[in-house]
Ligand binder design. Structure first.
Ligand code: MGD
Ligand code: MGD
Ligand code: SF4
Ligand code: MO
Length: 754
């Protein structure tokens, strides 16, 4: 029997609504949901391949437990017994920091990943927390923390209303957007142009996004902070600063002007390889546009000055009056955000409350750099214990983080490792226990993270499209059971974890004067919650307490889970609205434009004014039909132009004697790889490009299609020592490499001669 079911797509940040076709319990088709309040029918090739992603025969069906060195199929009970013994054993012997928690990107694409990891980390009391954020957007969290007092308040460009978009180090035509959730990002860029707006793209590659732009600047990698500082400097020098309505909420404008004195367009032009006149034009265009937004992503974050570049993006939005104004960059208000508190001073944002054991990296947002995971395992020190046990959830750092070979060996040396992952891959192959979550069609979905980053306020929830197959366990239950196993409560009912959160959250809410439930009885409130299970009850609670909530009776028209379920295509909550000063949590209660840690990092940027790398540097790239390290196993999404090749400019190819298609050896500080060259003028001179997430040639994995066409691991070229010091974010773009053609082997030459 054929039927349809709705499912929000989890395959990228755009969160499109899909209509799945289900035949006899199996998903056989996927198309865009035209009635979805946000995505309105848009779907990309990845979303269309949802059935193949969902039914990949290499997905694990049962838990695996290591016995006599070998992973064997086991029952859930055996698996969790082993997890409890492994994690408690490590905590009891070495203390909580000896247990590392490693969270990968898919956690922001599952409900389980939003609801349980904080409890695991809190319950363990470990400082050894490593996530994909420190190979991605940690600089943006740090700059938001410092500017606004809240690391999770990230201004989002108002794509649908802006007149001018300055887009830096992002390629939404391939990535579908990031820290800016916008189904059909490409269509929204075309609409911007159609309504007479302008698009400027800053990227060392002429990407598909750059080809859409009115102006493309092929900047030298790693120098965006200099470029942005010079744009800000020009606004001050040419009297173009206009703070607009946010003026009363800003602090430190004069100090900012002084701090940026040295970064004139002439001073940065050489380092950025962008001429001074063009930089002035960029500043004037930004100031002259009726509304404008500066937006920057991966290329601006995964570089040595990532935090400064992220900070300068919002500084430019503020100086041009575009922060918190329609058409500029605004703070979304998600339905599951906390109850808004009255505006006023907050606790501020602290960095470096503790440090990593080996290299003494400061924590940021409670995390240590993913780049330092290997050394935290393999390097003893006099004070403190190395990490001896690891929990990975949806993480493949052997491919995603610098120096996979070292991490590979470090993971192999652990006393205990458990991986929650649907695949046996480069990382999970080291686990003592692998716990496979069900495929996405069998999981519920709500975007806790991406709704706080969306270009329109809206809320959607989809229940599992098909029931759990026999023998499967929901990922929410898997993670709840890990929390229990790690905290000495192994064997308790997993709903106890949700009940505890509900008790604590409601207990706190009734004490808050600004809460709609102030003074009420938390037990009575808990009794009102609806939902089929713990996670649904928690969603109901968050919706009711949230900014649009019914407040447990305070506003009968407000949101509840029940109301959301009655709107299967979602509820539109309107365009982004100005919100300042309410979201600010700085100690001053203002936007602090020149925070101390930023000011202290500026001398390092000043030193970069003189840098002119003479050799080649490498940058990454993404492909529309790929996703980090884990979609290379789906035949429908591989092949064609989705290949692991080294892009290099024809002039560089000539100089090095490299021909198109020929294998080249690429060498970096952490190692070398051999990969086919693809000669193209889409990269600027002096820059080569290699995608990440490849290198599926390690033994002991079970991803057959990916292993047949493995590609190489670009992150092997890095040794993990290059970081943005404020955020601990890895430098993954603009690092030096050497490239040489692979010459015919000597014996062949000999043969040819004789
Ligand atoms: N050189 C270079 N390196 C990079 C980047 C770059 O641009 N250049 N980008 C970085 C960025 S931005 C990121 S976010 C990271 C991403 O890197 P990771 O954090 O490693 O994330 P993924 O590779 O997306 O997936 C990790 C694992 O999640 C598993 N998985 C898939 N679905 C689920 C699920 O529903 N539940 C669970 N539990 N697991 C699931 C997959 O099988 C895979 O093993 O890579 C980073 N690495
Ligand atoms: N198809 C697909 N979609 C994805 C993913 C995927 O792997 N595949 N991954 C998802 C994830 S985890 C994330 S975080 C997002 C990322 O989303 P985006 O940030 O849009 O990702 P990229 O396509 O890597 O774009 C980064 C661009 O920065 C450029 N760049 C490199 N160095 C510099 C520099 O120093 N300065 C400037 N100005 N530009 C530079 C690169 O050439 C590249 O075009 O994409 C998400 N969506
Ligand atoms: S754009 Fe992203 S969310 Fe939308 S269908 Fe494609 S992969 Fe899914
Ligand atoms: Mo990412």
């Amino acid at each position: 029997m054929s039927r349809t079911a709705l499912r929000i797509c989890p395959l990228c940040e755009a969160t499109c609504g899909l209509v799945l076709t289900v035949d006899d319990g199996k998903v056989t088709g996927a198309r865009g949901d035209r009635d979805d309040v946000f995505s309105k029918g848009f779907v990309c090739p990845k979303g269309a391949a949802f059935p193949e992603v969902d039914s990949d025969p290499d997905r694990l069906r049962t838990p695996l437990v290591r016995v006599d060195g070998e992973l064997r199929e086991a029952t859930w009970e055996e698996a969790f017994d082993a997890v409890a013994a492994g994690l408690r054993g490590a905590v009891d012997r070495y203390g909580p920091h000896a247990v590392g928690v490693v969270l990968g990107n898919p956690n922001v694409h599952t409900m389980a990943g939003a609801l349980y990891p904080p409890l695991l980390i809190g319950g363990l009391g470990t400082h050894s927390v490593f996530t994909a954020s420190t190979v991605d957007q940690m600089p943006k969290h740090v700059s938001s923390g410092l500017l606004f007092g809240d690391a999770n308040r990230i201004p989002v460009p108002d794509l649908d209303r802006t007149d001018h978009l300055l887009l830096i180090g992002a390629n939404p035509l391939e990535s579908n957007g990031s820290l800016c959730t916008a189904p059909d990002f490409p269509g929204r860029l075309k609409a911007l142009k159609a309504r007479g707006g302008t698009l400027t793209v800053v990227d060392p590659r002429r990407t598909r996004t750059a080809r859409l732009a009115d102006r493309h600047l092929a900047v030298r990698p790693g120098t965006d902070a200099l470029l942005l500082a010079a744009i800000a400097r020009t606004l001050f020098d040419e009297d173009l600063v206009d703070l607009g309505a946010t003026a009363p909420h800003l602090q430190g404008v004069a100090e900012l002007s002084d701090a940026l004195a040295d970064f004139t367009p002439e001073a940065v032009a050489g380092a950025c390889d962008v001429d001074a006149a063009t930089i002035r034009v960029l500043a004037r265009e930004l100031a002259a546009a009726p509304t404008a937004a500066v937006y920057a992503r991966i290329g601006s974050c995964t570089v040595p000055h990532g935090t400064l570049a992220s900070w300068l993006v919002d500084v430019l939005n503020a100086l041009t009056g575009n922060l918190d104004r329609p058409g500029g960059a605004l703070f979304p208000q998600a339905a599951t955000d906390r109850t808004p508190r009255p505006a006023g001073p907050g606790h501020g944002f602290a960095l470096g409350r503790w440090r990593s054991r080996v290299s003494r990296h400061p924590e940021a947002k409670g995390e240590l750099p993913l780049s330092s995971l290997a050394e935290e395992i393999d390097t003893p020190t006099e004070d403190g214990t190395p990490v001896r046990a690891v929990v990975t959830v949806g993480a493949n750092p052997v491919l995603s983080a610098p120096d996979g070979d070292r991490l590979d060996q470090a993971l192999a040396s652990l006393d205990f490792m458990v991986s929650v992952d649907p695949y046996l891959n480069e990382t999970s192959r080291h686990a003592h226990v692998v716990l496979p979550p069900p495929p996405p069609a069998q999981s519920p979905h709500h975007d806790f993270a991406f709704n706080t980053l969306a270009v329109r306020d809206q809320v959607r929830y989809t229940r599992p499209a098909v029931p759990l197959e026999p023998g499967r366990m929901a990922e929410t239950e898997i993670l709840a059971r890990i929390v229990l196993a790690a905290t000495g409560m192994h064997g308790a009912d997993p709903s106890a974890v949700d009940d505890l959160v509900i008790r604590q959250t409601l207990g706190k809410a009734v004490r808050e004067e600004h809460s709609p439930v102030h003074g009420r009885d938390p037990k009575e409130l808990a009794g009102l919650l609806t939902g089929d299970n713990g996670p649904e009850r928690r969603l109901d609670m968050m919706l009711r307490l949230g900014p649009y909530g019914e407040g447990f009776g305070a506003d009968p028209d407000g949101l509840t889970l029940e109301k959301l379920l009655a709107h299967p295509h979602g509820i539109d909550l309107g365009p982004l609205r100005p919100r300042l000063p309410q979201p600010l949590k700085t100690r001053s209660g203002k936007v602090e434009l020149l925070p101390g840690p930023i000011a202290a990092d500026l001398p390092r940027l000043r030193a970069a004014l003189r840098e002119r790398p003479d050799g080649l540097v490498l940058v990454g790239r993404r492909h529309l039909r790929s996703n980090n390290s884990w979609l290379h196993n789906v035949p429908a999404l591989t092949g064609g132009s989705n290949r692991c090749t080294l892009h290099l400019h024809p002039d560089d190819a000539d100089r090095l004697g490299v021909r198109d298609g020929q294998p080249v050896r690429v060498k970096g500080a952490g190692g070398e790889v051999t990969v086919p060259a693809e000669v193209t003028d889409a990269v600027r001179r002096g820059v080569v490009s290699l995608p990440h997430g490849w290198g599926h040639d390690r033994p002991g994995t079970r991803t057959r299609h990916a292993s047949a066409n493995p590609g190489v691991n670009v992150n092997q070229l890095l040794d993990g020592s290059l970081l943005d010091p404020l955020s601990g974010n890895a430098v993954l773009n603009g690092f030096p490499v050497e490239v040489a053609p692979v010459r015919a082997e000597a014996p062949e030459t000999v043969t040819a001669l004789t």
